[in-house]
Write a protein of this length. Structure first.
Length: 332
């Protein structure tokens, strides 16, 4: 199974359908498998007194510190979802969206989404997890800010609610935008895989693409990455997102690494086989040898090409009798 690449548009559409469609265009052209948005009702998601996170306030550069007011402007209604789903289909890319409340879970289920992405912030939300788990769909669970015990609890709830464990992918993640390199802890992805015997992946909030490529080399089956049309746009997530050329480079690099990982069987490859004769060596005459002479290290040596007797048979050849005469450099 090839790596499933999710280009995370999130709320980088800034509330504009036209912008959302441009983001779908970019994700499709880059070769991502899915483009993902966020589905929520601000009134269901946050209280009107909730403050923005520091990174959101810093990136928005507005006097208004209310999370509710910020999110209200970024809501997408049912009609918009239908339009974006149809547009994604026309661009041959899967439409995904992360629901942040029960109404949104129902909406996305009614719209026929086959994969449900659970964001890191909901990993300790038991009613939410039960609701998603009861749908019996494929689930991708992000684990930013979570401990191993919290991951186990969420996994147990999803399975008990009706989702098959083999249909769950757990993404290692760090909920800081951007994530400092020293906090990535990519080996934790392998710890999750080993402890809970699940398919794993990585949701990345670092700047750049190298950590995503490393994650694929380590066995990630899903990669999720925020992207935008322009990092300098106003909005909470643009700054820590990839621009279109970076997204293209990331997808290309991941596909290259997938090919490079191969099947794990060590044997000469198709491309290198012709070079065996050229690069390896054979036993040859060091100088002229007459028929009947004893072959010794004094009259034999090892040189290219490798189409004669292998030097691995050196000990068998030393001490034997020359069956014919040889000139210098002739294969024995």
């Amino acid at each position: 199974m090839s790596v499933f690449i999710i280009a995370e548009a999130g709320v980088n559409h800034n509330g504009s359908i036209a912008l959302a469609k441009k983001l779908i265009d970019v994700a499709s052209e880059a070769g991502a498998d899915a483009v993902k948005f966020q589905t929520f009702k601000a009134s269901n998601l946050v209280s009107k007194t909730a403050q923005k996170a520091d990174y959101q306030q810093e990136n928005m550069q507005e006097e208004d510190t209310s999370q509710y007011n910020m999110l209200k402007k970024l809501e997408l209604d049912v009609a918009t979802h239908k339009e974006l789903i149809a547009y994604s289909k026309s661009k041959e890319i899967m439409f995904l969206s992360t629901p942040f409340d029960h109404d949104s879970i129902e909406m996305l289920s009614d719209l026929g989404l086959s994969i449900f992405k659970i964001p890191s912030g909901e990993i300790t939300n038991l009613p939410y997890l039960k609701h998603v788990g009861s749908l019996g769909k494929e689930v991708i669970l992000s684990t930013g800010m979570a401990s191993m015990d919290e991951i186990k609890d969420a996994l147990d709830i999803l399975v008990k609610a009706g989702t098959l464990k083999e249909n769950i992918t757990i993404l290692h993640a760090n909920t800081m935008y951007p994530t400092p390199m020293e906090d990535v802890n990519l080996n934790a992805m392998l710890s999750i895989q080993k402890k809970y015997d699940v398919r794993v992946g990585y949701s990345d909030h670092t700047l750049g693409i190298e950590v995503d490529i490393a994650a694929v080399a380590m066995g990630a089956k899903v990669i999720e990455k925020h992207f935008t049309l322009d990092k300098t746009m106003q909005g909470p997530d643009h700054k820590a997102s990839l621009e279109p050329d970076e997204l293209i480079a990331m997808v290309k690099s991941i596909r290259n690494i997938e090919q490079a990982l191969g099947n794990g069987i060590k044997k000469p490859s198709k491309s290198e086989t012709p070079n065996i004769k050229v690069a390896r060596k054979s036993i040859v005459a060091r100088k002229s040898i007459k028929k009947g002479e004893i072959l010794t290290p004094n009259n034999m040596t090892v040189k290219r090409p490798g189409d004669g007797i292998s030097p691995m048979k050196w000990d068998e050849i030393v001490g034997s009798v020359a069956q014919k005469s040889y000139v210098e450099d002739e294969l024995i």
